[in-house]
Design a protein around this ligand. Structure first.
Ligand code: NAP
Length: 293
């Protein structure tokens, strides 16, 4: 297929590379210069990238960035034609997603929200999981593209249900990780070695995909970003906004949000979100370190 890929960050660049590898004709665009994808044509603006393609796939930071790329100066809007499909794999507001879909629809184009889970490793290995909102027919047309980037796609309902599901998924990830981090801090302070704790976790019902993914990084003290703390912080704000709108009380998330506020104040924004552990360690006066460190 002829596709434009907009946003070449931690996730977008390997996703676009997977499309090229699968033989699609790809044009890429990134806000700042210097990010490229071998085998893809580079465009100067989102509009230029979107000219003449069948699908425009977006993966940028947040709601404001998606709005800018779609409807800002030299945005995708100017190139939209009936039958084109816009897909957004950023994690953004479900409510704004409906508005973006409405505006894209005014030009005769279709809209699918398709946020992802699987993080940097999933993007680099083409093993992402998509959770999509949009019509069944439109999502079916996208199959050659999402199968190049991911291992599965779940249709969650109409437009915005992908984003709504993603907020729930990341809520569970943030709280699961925080539980792991607090468990490490407490057992560490009590004198349990993390290398002894890990096999116990793996053998028990505590085991989870989140811990499987994060533990090796944490135990070797590698807090370089797979999923930057600033982005999980942004997602937590989206969850709390949605909870306020829908009158849902989330006391666990409200507490975790405070930890992220402090982590941001202390300058940890560009580390991985696993770095919230370092605050717990500082408060407890303990450092959790495996022999791998
Ligand atoms: P990232 O590495 O920080 O990349 C962000 C991208 O957005 C960059 O290409 C950046 O351009 C672009 N951008 C930011 N503001 C923009 C604006 N106003 N206009 C145009 N482009 C803008 O982030 P990422 O990890 O790839 O994440 C991208 C999205 O996927 C986020 O919504 C995130 O929540 C979601 N996500 C991430 C993960 C993960 O594990 N990393 C997993 C699932 C979902 P520049 O290069 O110019 O800064």
């Amino acid at each position: 297929m002829r596709a434009a890929f907009l946003g070449l960050g931690i996730m977008g660049r390997p996703m676009a590379a997977s499309l090229v590898k699968a033989g699609h004709e790809v044009t890429v665009w990134n806000r700042s210069a210097g990010k490229e994808v071998p085998g893809a044509r580079a465009a100067a603006t989102p509009r230029e990238a979107a000219e003449g393609v069948e699908v425009v796939w977006i993966c940028v930071s947040d709601t404001a960035a998606v709005e800018q790329v779609l409807f800002g100066e030299n945005g995708v809007e100017g190139a939209l034609k009936p039958g084109m499909i816009v897909v957004d794999s950023s994690t953004i507001s479900p409510l704004e997603t409906r508005e973006f879909a409405r505006r894209v629809g005014e030009r005769g184009a279709e809209y699918v929200d398709a946020p992802v889970t699987g993080s940097k490793a999933g993007a680099e290995t083409g093993q992402l999981i998509f959770m999509a909102g949009g019509s069944e027919e439109t999502i079916e047309k996208l199959k050659p593209l999402w199968t190049a980037m991911g291992k599965s796609l779940f249709r969650m309902g109409d437009v915005s249900m992908g984003q709504a599901s993603k907020l729930g998924m990341n809520l569970m990830i943030a709280l699961t990780y925080e539980g792991f981090a607090e468990g490490l801090a407490l057992t560490g302070k009590l004198g349990v070695k993390p290398d002894a704790l890990m096999p116990l976790i793996q053998a028990s019902m505590v085991r989870s995909g989140v811990i499987d993914y994060k533990a090796p990084f944490v135990l070797r003290r590698d807090f370089s970003p797979n999923f930057p703390l600033r982005l999980m912080h942004k997602d937590i704000q989206l969850m709390l906004d949605a909870a306020r709108e829908q009158r849902v009380k989330l006391p666990g998330l409200e507490t975790v949000a405070e930890i992220y506020d402090i982590a941001a104040e202390e300058g940890h924004d560009d580390l991985d979100y696993a770095a919230t552990l370092t605050l717990l360690e500082k408060w407890a006066g303990v450092e959790v370190k495996g022999t791998a460190a």
